[in-house]
Design a binder for this molecule. Structure first.
Ligand SMILES: CC(=O)SCCNC(=O)CCNC(=O)[C@H](O)C(C)(C)COP(=O)(O)OP(=O)(O)OC[C@H]1O[C@@H](n2cnc3c(N)ncnc32)[C@H](O)[C@@H]1OP(=O)(O)O
Length: 432
């Protein structure tokens, strides 16, 4: 069969009637069994947003075999949806959340992702989104499109017998209480708790009703076998719900008849350190459990230091997590608060032409003003590096040492750090 030339492959928004074929292309690109059940396709269709589900159509591709319906075969997918991302200081900014990016193995490295990404980012800019966000499958994919890694994830495995915690003490020991609750309770309590968390957590994103339904089994998908988890809530001494953990346990025993169970945390959110401490200690106090796996946490999570012996928490993963692409430099910089007062003139390099320019930032602990300027820049940096600095996780001095930002004025990177870095690291608890 003749290979289609690039310009013969149509990249466009899919219509609702093309969702089944689009879903097949997505599962194929993600190396999953290609045929999605009608039940699962119906769920994909439910969250369909016109114009925001993109596909690449190759009418030269075979219509037999894996294909599930009529129409032109789809060989690449990308979907975006509206999201809110919390900036430093707590203000949510409108984000274009990008997900379901795939290109069928036979069509890779021919520019299909680049074309879909250009379409989606242009539409986001046009809509007035301040940033685009995604969780990258692999590190090298998205930097070229102006994204920078803006939060990191860490996962620990806690060796419970080594923690030094006294398993005879009641948990919690601070006047609060912990209760196991059902999925319906979580759907009732969880959203308000999460809203409180995300307002104070730079890097957090909003959760939809569907998110809570999936997390509690109210929506089940054929492609994701469901195990009913445990949910525990922590109420502080005042009786208010301040924390929630969802976890599963295995039932492992050694030949020596000693228990060796593992708790795997699906999510733990809390509005303050007392609730976090109480929930981690609760998990470490469950009989038969010798390991607690934490799931995705911020790299500066307090967990190890809640344990008398912090070395009992072994770091098992540390990696980039949320990637951010700034689309509107002025609104992004004005949305956040700063660690000190000062001014900084930045030259932002953006080869895609979405947010390039010279910007003067006058910043302070209560907010900032940012304007386009003709002044000489103090710091020159690619738009992806700006995203990395924007959420407060990275140091401009480090990036200058790596040659990724350029000081045009000596000491400008230190000035940038004093303004932009935060005392706690940003964290995105979710995957999307
Ligand atoms: C947010 C999410 O959904 S993350 C999930 C991403 N999807 C996956 O990882 C699924 C498996 N992989 C794929 O489907 C594809 O390989 C994709 C989507 C990663 C890339 O799609 P392609 O159409 O091949 O990308 P495209 O041809 O536009 O590549 C543009 C450039 O990026 C580079 N590139 C693309 N993917 C990768 C990668 N995984 N690693 C390194 N470089 C890459 C290409 O080499 C090319 O570089 P060049 O311009 O210097 O030649």
């Amino acid at each position: 069969m003749r290979m289609r030339r690039l310009e013969d492959i149509d990249v466009r928004a899919v219509s609702e009637s093309e969702i089944k074929e689009w879903s097949r292309a997505l599962t194929t690109g993600f190396l999953r069994p290609p045929e999605m059940s009608d039940h699962d396709v119906a769920h994909v269709a439910k969250r369909f947003l016109p114009g925001r589900t993109l596909g690449a159509f190759d009418d030269g591709a075979p219509r037999s075999g894996l294909r599930s319906g009529g129409g032109t075969p789809i060989v690449a997918t990308l979907r975006s949806f509206p999201q809110e991302l919390t900036a430093v200081g707590g203000t949510p900014v409108p984000a274009d959340a990008i997900t379901n990016v795939s290109v069928t193995a036979t069509h890779r490295r021919r520019g299909l992702l680049s074309r879909m990404m250009a379409l989606d980012l242009a539409a986001a800019k046009e809509r007035g989104d301040v940033v685009a966000t995604l969780i990258a499958a692999e590190y090298p994919i998205y930097g070229r499109f102006g994204f920078g890694p803006a939060t990191h994830t860490a996962q620990w495995a806690v060796d419970v017998p080594r923690t030094g915690l006294d398993r005879h003490r009641p948990v919690p020991d601070d006047g609060g209480r912990i209760d196991l609750v059902g999925g319906a309770d979580v759907r009732a309590l969880g959203p308000a708790l999460h809203e409180r968390l995300r307002r104070g957590q730079a890097g957090a994103v909003d959760r939809t009703e569907r998110w809570w339904q999936l997390a509690t089994g109210a929506i089940r998908l054929d492609a994701r076998p469901w195990t009913e988890p445990f949910h525990a809530v922590y109420r502080g001494p005042s009786g208010e719900v301040e924390g929630l953990v969802t976890y599963v346990c295995d039932d492992r025993w050694g030949d020596d008849k000693l228990p060796g169970g593992t708790v795997t945390v699906k999510g733990l959110i809390a509005t303050g350190p007392d609730a976090e401490r109480a929930l981690w200690r609760y998990l470490c106090s469950i009989d038969w459990i010798t390991t607690v796996r934490t799931g995705h946490r911020a790299p500066d999570d307090l967990l190890p230091h809640f344990l008398p012996d912090p070395r009992a928490a072994h770091l098992v993963m540390h990696a980039d997590w949320l990637w951010v692409r700034i689309l509107d430099v002025v609104r992004a910089l004005e949305a956040r608060t700063y660690g000190s007062s000062g001014t900084l003139v930045l030259e932002v390099v953006d080869e895609a032409g979405l947010a390039p320019g010279r910007y003067r930032l006058e910043a302070g602990p209560d907010g900032a003003q940012c304007t386009a300027t003709g002044q000489e820049p103090q710091l020159t940096l690619p738009v992806g590096e700006l995203a990395t600095l924007w959420l407060g996780d990275e140091s401009a001095v480090r990036l200058a040492a790596l040659g990724r930002v350029r000081e045009q004025q000596k000491g400008a990177a230190s000035v940038a750090d004093a303004l932009l870095r935060t005392s706690r690291r940003p964290w995105c608890p979710d995957i999307f």
